[in-house]
Design a binder for this molecule. Structure first.
Ligand SMILES: [Zn+2]
Length: 417
């Protein structure tokens, strides 16, 4: 590690400056970061090591640019004190949809990115699934629900412990834990940077600002989740947390220097300048790591993508071998109707739905680590037997998940050539 880098960390970012009340309200991550530094002596060292790894990774990417899509298993821990806080499954799924939309650059509002930054707006090649297997290898919905007597959780990680009215974490090396609860007034969410305690690692979102349909405007496009997961993957606030002095950094050279955060909403192509970027095109207020309303943030840059990919290939690399997205073997064996044969095969399989003709077939194929590699949906069917053509896939073992409308089952198949 360079001396420069070490001094830079010490001086600018790892000793959090006083955080204003307004800044702390929107996102509690810097507050939690300060607590982590106080409580965990090894935290700063791990953060420094990860930063060195990130910079080396970024240097390699400049010449290679060979990142691949990574799927992160997500478990939602819903902790509720009343019925309104016990938000339904579809709200949680809408949060997953929002994450996949934003991290795969599938958001339609990316077209609003000013032309000067269009080439920077990046598909981060990170996607998310609701966990299908729990830490014990059992089938799970990927959702836990816990009643509590806590009326509003402070920004202090207490929701991450059953002993303080929350729910204990699942293995942070295999899952992204997202707790949903009533947070103290005004706080939309917070997250743990990589390198902290294994018992307090994940994202916390206020139930009002989780997902899309039913969430509270102007934070109802799921982007508190997008922002907080960015922190979990080692992204800093775009203004560098320096109290407006222009000396801080988010460690990305493709985001303009920015003094402070932006609230509310700006029309597309509005040029905003400040003391750190006094000339056009000004500051990148539409970045997910700013504080603008959900409708007005719609991009990650290429260097932000590289930082997150470095995290998943470094300090959070346990995610790469997690089978959390896969539906458990026990659940596969419970369903006896649907058959896929022969296995092994060279890639052509027969899919037989048993005695009942399928009305529809929704077929997903996953690699063992849980990455989706095939999806096909067939409707208005009245047959029992179909050909499943997976000849495009490489040799190996896969999970085929089939929803026939009547049942949803998963089968393991092997392609061998
Ligand atoms: Zn934040």
């Amino acid at each position: 590690m360079s001396k420069y880098l070490f001094l830079f960390f010490l001086s600018c970012c790892f000793i959090p400056a006083a955080v204003s009340a307004q800044e702390a309200d929107r996102c509690g991550t810097q507050h939690i970061h300060g607590l982590q530094l106080q409580q965990n002596p090894g935290f700063m060292i791990r953060r420094l090591q990860q930063e060195q790894f990130t910079q080396d990774f970024a240097a390699r990417q400049k010449s290679m640019r060979t990142m691949s899509v990574i799927t992160i298993p997500v478990v939602f821990h819903v902790v509720f004190e009343n019925a309104a806080e016990n938000i339904p499954d579809f709200r949680l799924d809408s949060q997953l949809v929002a994450l996949n939309r934003d991290y795969r650059k599938l958001n339609s509002d990316v077209s609003n990115v000013p032309s000067v930054w269009q080439s920077l707006a990046s598909d981060c090649e990170i996607q998310f699934c609701r966990a299908g297997t729990d830490p014990n290898g059992n089938a799970t919905s990927g959702i836990t629900r816990t009643g509590t007597t806590v009326t509003a959780f402070p920004v202090d990680n207490s929701v991450m412990f059953a002993a303080s009215g929350g729910h204990d974490i699942w293995d942070r090396d295999k899952y992204l834990n997202i707790w949903i609860c009533d947070l103290v007034s005004g706080t939309l969410g917070y997250a743990a940077f990589p390198g902290g305690s294994p018992s307090t690692d994940g994202v916390v979102l206020d139930y009002s600002y989780t997902g899309t349909t039913g969430a509270t405007a102007p934070y109802n496009k799921g982007r508190s989740g997008t922002h907080e997961v960015g922190h979990w993957l080692n992204l800093e606030h775009i203004w560098g947390n320096d109290g407006g002095s222009c000396s801080g950094t988010d460690y990305c050279t493709d985001t303009p220097n920015q003094g402070n955060w932006n609230f509310t909403c700006h029309s597309p192509n509005t040029v905003i300048t400040d003391n750190c970027s006094p000339n056009a095109p000004g500051i990148m207020w539409m970045n997910y790591m700013d504080y603008t309303d959900d409708a007005c943030m719609y991009m990650f840059t290429y260097e932000q993508k590289v930082r997150m990919q470095a995290t998943l290939n470094g300090i959070r690399s346990g995610i790469l071998t997690s089978n959390g997205c896969v539906v458990s073997v026990a659940e596969q064996e419970a369903g006896q109707t649907l058959r896929i044969f022969p296995s092994p095969s060279s890639g052509l399989f027969t899919l037989h739905t048993g005695s009942i003709p399928a009305q529809e077939l929704d077929i997903h194929v996953y690699t063992m680590p849980g990455q989706q590699v095939y999806h096909r949906r067939l409707e208005a069917l009245h047959e029992k037997e179909f050909t499943l053509d997976l000849t495009e896939l490489a040799s190996g073992m896969y999970f085929v998940q089939v929803n026939t409308g009547a049942e949803k089952v998963t089968r393991k198949v092997i392609i061998r050539r």
